[in-house]
Design a protein around this ligand. Structure first.
Ligand code: HEM
Length: 138
């Protein structure tokens, strides 16, 4: 990932982290409002889920310029997602909702460049998770 993109993601994430509770609550509210069919997949406590999701994004943001060491971890999370009943197309639903939640939190600081940078990171992450899910089937 080019250093400019990585910096946009890192800086905006640093702004989101102190607001993570509200951002994540907004995220799940939006997700279930727009895609109610996803709600039954979540069987556990949403607060705990939120914490795990933020930890995962922290890991991803910390390794933007050195992804190789975290790829096995991301693939393993992807393989578990197949077990939760998550399908490939669900990752696209997640993407739009995640970006809109960041936009709501950051307002005009969520510029088109920041959005594009996050989209790139999310796509890589989702592709690696889906790859992990596919490999687990073989
Ligand atoms: C690429 C972005 C995603 C990341 C980083 C992510 C991260 C996580 C993490 C860290 C967990 C905790 C359990 C574990 O590690 O296995 C989890 C659980 C879960 N995720 Fe994701 N996830 C992503 C995308 C999705 C998508 C697209 C869906 C589709 C609906 C989804 C649905 C779930 C469900 C259903 C659980 C289990 C929750 C429960 O048992 O209540 N995730 N996710």
């Amino acid at each position: 990932m080019n250093p400019q993109t990585a910096a946009l993601v890192r800086d905006s994430w640093a702004e989101i982290v102190p607001m993570r509770k509200q951002v994540c609550t907004g995220f799940y509210d939006r997700l279930f409002q727009r895609h109610p069919e996803l709600r039954p997949l979540f069987k556990g406590d949403i607060d705990r889920q939120t914490g795990l999701f933020v930890t995962m994004l922290n890991t991803v943001v910390s390794s933007l310029e050195n992804r190789d060491p975290v790829i096995p971890l991301i693939k393993a999370v992807g393989a578990r997602h197949a077990g939760y009943g998550v399908e490939n197309a669900d990752y696209e639903k997640f993407a739009g909702v995640l970006l809109d939640s960041f936009a709501a939190a950051l307002g005009e600081r969520f510029t088109p460049d920041v959005r594009a940078a996050w989209l790139e990171v999310y796509r890589q992450l989702a592709d690696t998770m889906r790859q992990g899910a596919a490999e687990a089937l073989h």
